[in-house]
Design a protein around this ligand. Structure first.
Ligand code: IMP
Ligand code: MG
Length: 194
C-alpha cells in the first residue's frame, strides 16, 4: 500500500469483479442500441478503459472535460466545458461514464447540456457514489460502489493531480493535505478538471 494512503476502500480485485458485472449488465441493456461511452476527463479514464473491454457490443468512445469553479463552502460555482464531444449525438445512446458523484453539480450541468442535443437516450454509469446530500439531484443508472463521504484517490481519482495511477481506491492520510492550501474540502476554489 502507498505510504500516503490511510485505508484501502476498494481493492483491485473488487474493482475487477465490479467492472465485469457492470459490463455484463450494460451488454444486456444495450443490445440493438447505438452505444456511445462518454468518459469524463481525467478521472474516468482507467474506469472507461476497463469497462469498454467488459462490454461485448459494438460501441464508440468519446470524452468531455468539464471544469468546476466555486468557493470553499459552495460547490455550485460556474461549470464550464473545456473539451467537447467530436460529433453530434442525436443518433446515439449515450452512456456517461463517471469516476465519482459528489455534490452532483458537475453531472447535473453536463446532462443539461447533452439533453439539448437530443440523444436517443442518456444514462449514467458511475464507479463511485458518495453517500451525502446532493446539491443537485442526479440519479445514476449504474453504480459501482456507494462509499462514505471521505476524500478518496486512485484508479483515476486524484488529489492535486496525484495518485491517479494507484490500482485501488483509498482514503488519503490527513497529514498529506494538512499543510496544503489546496485541501480536498477547498478543491472547488480552483479550476477542477474532472
Ligand atoms: P461534484 O460536481 O461535486 O459531483 O464533483 C464531482 C467531481 O469532483 C468528480 O468528478 C471528481 O473530479 C471530484 N471529486 C469529488 N469527490 C472526490 C474525491 O473524493 N476524490 C477525488 N475527486 C473527487
Ligand atoms: Mg472527476
Amino acid at each position: 500500500m502507498h505510504e500516503d494512503i490511510f485505508k484501502i476502500l476498494v481493492t483491485e480485485q473488487q474493482l475487477r469483479d465490479k467492472v465485469a458485472e457492470l459490463g455484463e449488465r450494460i451488454t444486456q441493456d444495450y443490445r440493438d442500441k447505438n452505444l456511445l461511452l462518454l468518459g469524463t476527463l481525467k478521472g474516468a479514464v482507467p474506469f472507461i478503459g476497463d469497462l469498454a473491454r467488459a462490454i461485448n457490443l459494438p460501441l464508440e468512445i468519446d470524452y468531455m472535460a468539464i471544469s468546476s469553479y466555486g468557493n470553499r463552502t459552495q460547490s455550485s460555482g460556474v461549470v464550464r466545458i473545456m473539451k467537447d464531444l467530436e460529433g453530434p449525438i442525436d443518433q446515439k445512446d449515450v452512456l456517461i461514464v463517471e469516476d465519482i458523484i459528489d455534490s452532483g453539480h458537475t453531472l447535473h450541468y453536463q446532462m443539461d447540456v447533452l439533453r439539448q442535443r437530443k440523444p436517443m437516450s442518456l444514462r449514467v454509469c458511475t464507479l463511485l457514489d458518495k453517500e451525502r446530500e446532493r446539491v443537485k439531484p442526479v440519479i445514476p443508472d449504474y453504480v459501482g460502489f456507494r462509499i462514505p463521504d471521505h476524500f478518496v484517490v486512485g484508479y483515476g481519482l486524484d488529489y492535486a493531480q496525484r495518485y491517479r495511477n494507484l490500482p485501488y481506491i483509498g482514503i488519503l492520510k490527513p497529514t498529506v493535505y494538512e499543510d496544503d492550501t489546496e485541501r480536498p474540502e477547498a478543491r472547488h476554489q480552483s479550476p477542477l478538471e474532472e
